[in-house]
Design a protein around this ligand. Structure first.
Ligand SMILES: [Zn+2]
Length: 686
């Protein structure tokens, strides 16, 4: 039987793909890719765009086609079998991409093209791709010789293994711990949907009649915010913030300390081999920010702006705890709980009450209507085919599938939507690309995206209800999706999210979040689950008042993470866990208003900067928020749902992918460089 991962089907054949297909498909994909590359190197005398760059793009499309479903299934269906399959493939792919990046003969061909007479006749986009490619050859160590070249490849191999191990430790530690009780009084204060969820969890684990709480984000956050039981909050906080570390209830069992130290050390070594002072410089070589100094200065400016606000917020919190709750000194596990009480006291916003106004289908249809307003794009769900059979193969019954059409009824892109938390699914929310837009032999490949989240699943027979935070998350991921799907660039290397500077990729996603806060959008995305009425004006007003609740403290928290990251990767790698901790401690001393307890090992589950792509790049969130706030200000100036501004943004930034540096795209849209004013204003820090 044919391997479904090699079927070249329009969409992955999720009903047929099994873990045992992965390894053979990756081996075969890499074999074909290598064969094509060898042919290019040996046959080309006069490299041109069509005979070199276009085939190279097809090689990466071939690898993406095989690998994207495997990576995706490993993230959303993390069974032991998928995990093994993923691990078996990873070294092969890493080796392939290292060898590709270090292929000196191939590099010579690209260089030859860049110096040829035909180069000047290429388009701006094609020239940029060639320049990016040459830069990436250098960053992959193409100039290294002999032992150094081998060492570089070994480091890449080891880094990919360590990254996967880091995430597994976090996932295992998260699922290892639970809290079981048969006494509902232990859970006083928790919202009904969490109680129902925990009863069901107990049934699943053969503890019928009990309540079972887990460290999955929706459950953990609910306990920290709502549980009246301080001891329960402490136990959850203790278990959660010590995951995958040398501390807490699973101390040492999934400990990431050695993994982290080795990761940082190897990244530094890799940067040194390429003559960078440290890994942070290597990381910034492909980003919008110019230097470590620029990043530091940017973060410290924001910290300075936020400090007084954060101090005032913390004082208010302490006073409130004292006066209204009879609590004296606040512990780390009290902060979210008291904050929630204070927020209700000040603004009477009850997130759980608000849930009834955000049933998933209403939110989706409203979000799609907003997209129609500003961009003239129509989203259509493809549930079943004409014969009533599911039109598209999916990996879980919860998964839905959508298509996006423009005003001319041209199909622009399609996406899968997988919204609910379940066992074996990676935490958080994320967008991933499945297919990228490109033109092959005159035929267009339609881009495809995966949109994933971990919202509380619906209770049996009912509609899933989202918190307003969930709504914001959904808009955010959809923003990434639109960036990937609405692109008009035909070169796969820079279409959609490809080739966009890492510190600019959050612009389209964060931009979308703003629409969740607009008076004109609320009636579109809200409708009470029983009474079918939009969110009342008074509740919306209260939400708006509460929007920047503790925004100073939140800003400092993000700055703490970002400073820890950029500092860690711009100095000598620490030798032990204590060294790692002391970098974080020093950052906290510098900018934080809340110092967590000694046992807290937040860094041991900080996937972004250890296993994700955010090493020396976590500042990107705030960096891009400066851009997105400044863009949204333009919407605000012209009426929030302005088609005129929507189309301008679509054509100057969103559809342009990585075809030009973001600073140029931004200036084309805004007529000037970005500044922090809009971000500070929207955050209430001005
Ligand atoms: Zn994002």
């Amino acid at each position: 039987m044919k391997n479904p991962l090699l079927s070249h089907s329009r969409l992955p054949l999720f009903h047929q793909i099994e873990p045992h297909h992965a390894l053979t498909a990756v081996q075969e994909g890499v074999r074909q890719a290598n064969e094509r590359i060898s042919a290019l190197i040996t046959s080309l005398l006069e490299p041109s765009w069509d005979n070199l760059m276009q085939p190279l793009d097809e090689v990466s499309a071939l690898i993406q086609e095989v690998w994207s479903p495997i990576g995706h299934l490993n993230a959303v269906k993390n069974t032991p079998e998928w995990r093994d399959a993923y691990h078996a493939c990873l070294p092969i792919l890493t080796q392939f991409s290292t060898q590709l990046g270090q292929n000196h003969k191939l590099y010579q061909k690209v260089l030859q093209l860049s110096q040829s007479a035909s180069f000047s006749s290429l388009s701006m986009i094609q020239k940029k791709i060639i320049h990016d490619q040459l830069r990436d050859f250098h960053l992959s160590g193409v100039a290294l010789k002999g032992d150094k070249k081998r060492r570089y490849a070994d480091i890449q191999q080891r880094l990919s293994v360590l990254g996967a191990k880091f995430e597994e430790n976090v996932l295992d530690a998260t699922h290892h711990w639970c809290y079981v009780t048969d006494n509902p009084r232990d859970l006083a204060g928790l919202p009904e949907h969490i109680l129902a969820f925990s009863r069901q969890k107990a049934v699943d684990k053969a503890r019928e009649g009990c309540y079972l709480l887990t460290l999955d984000a929706p459950c953990y956050i609910a306990v920290m915010k709502y549980a009246d039981n301080a001891d329960l909050r402490y136990q959850m906080y203790h278990a959660y913030t010590t995951r995958a570390s040398d501390q807490g209830p699973s101390a040492g069992q999934f400990d990431n300390t050695a993994v982290m130290l080795e990761l940082v050390q190897l990244k530094q070594e890799l940067a040194h081999m390429l003559n960078f002072k440290h890994y942070a410089d290597y990381s910034l070589a492909t980003k919008m920010a110019g230097s470590v100094n620029d990043v530091m200065e940017f973060l410290l400016t924001l910290a300075k702006q936020s400090r007084a606000y954060a101090e005032k917020e913390l004082m208010e919190l302490n006073t409130f705890a004292n006066d209204h709750l009879g609590m004296e000194a606040l512990s780390a596990w009290d902060i979210a709980y008291v904050s929630e009480k204070l927020q209700q006291h000040q603004y009477s916003v009850n997130e759980e009450l608000l849930r009834s106004y955000f049933p998933i289908d209403r939110v989706l249809s409203g979000m799609f209507a907003i997209i129609d307003h500003i961009y003239g794009m129509r989203v259509v769900e493809k549930a079943t085919g004409p014969d009533g059979v599911l039109f598209v193969e999916v990996w879980h019954p919860d998964v839905r599938f959508f298509e996006i059409y423009d005003a001319g009824e041209t199909l622009r892109g399609t996406f899968y939507l997988d919204l609910f938390a379940r066992e074996g699914k990676r935490g958080g929310a994320w967008m991933d690309d499945c297919r990228s837009r490109r033109v092959v032999d005159g035929k267009m490949v339609i881009p495809v995206a995966y949109l994933n989240a971990n919202f509380s699943p619906p209770q049996a027979g009912q509609s899933a209800l989202l918190t307003h935070d969930d709504v914001i998350t959904l808009f955010h991921e959809f923003g990434h999706g639109l960036h990937h799907l609405l692109t008009q660039i035909n070169e796969g290397q820079v279409s959609g999210i490809s080739g966009v500077e890492w510190d600019a990729v959050e612009l389209p996603s964060q931009l979308m979040e703003n629409f969740c806060w607009q008076k004109s959008c609320i009636p579109m995305i809200s409708s009470h689950v029983e009474r079918q009425e939009a969110l009342p004006e008074s509740l919306f007003q209260a939400m708006l008042n509460a929007k920047n609740f503790q925004s100073g403290m939140q800003m400092l928290r993000q700055i703490e993470f970002a400073l820890f990251d950029i500092t860690l990767y711009s100095q000598v790698a620490p030798n032990d866990g204590a060294g790692l901790q002391s970098i974080l401690d020093a950052v906290r001393q510098q900018v934080s208003v809340i110092i967590p307890p000694q046992f807290n090992r937040f860094q041991h589950s900080f996937c972004h900067i250890f296993s994700g792509g955010y090493s020396a790049g976590y500042y990107s969130y705030k960096w891009a928020e400066v851009l997105s706030s400044d863009v949204f200000l333009a919407f605000e100036e012209h009426g929030v749902l302005s088609r005129k501004i929507g189309e301008k943004f679509l054509h100057t930034i969103l559809a342009r992918g990585g075809s030009q540096p973001m600073m140029e795209l931004f200036k084309a849209f805004r007529g000037r460089e970005p500044n922090v004013d809009a971000l500070l204003r929207y955050s209430g820090l001005r």
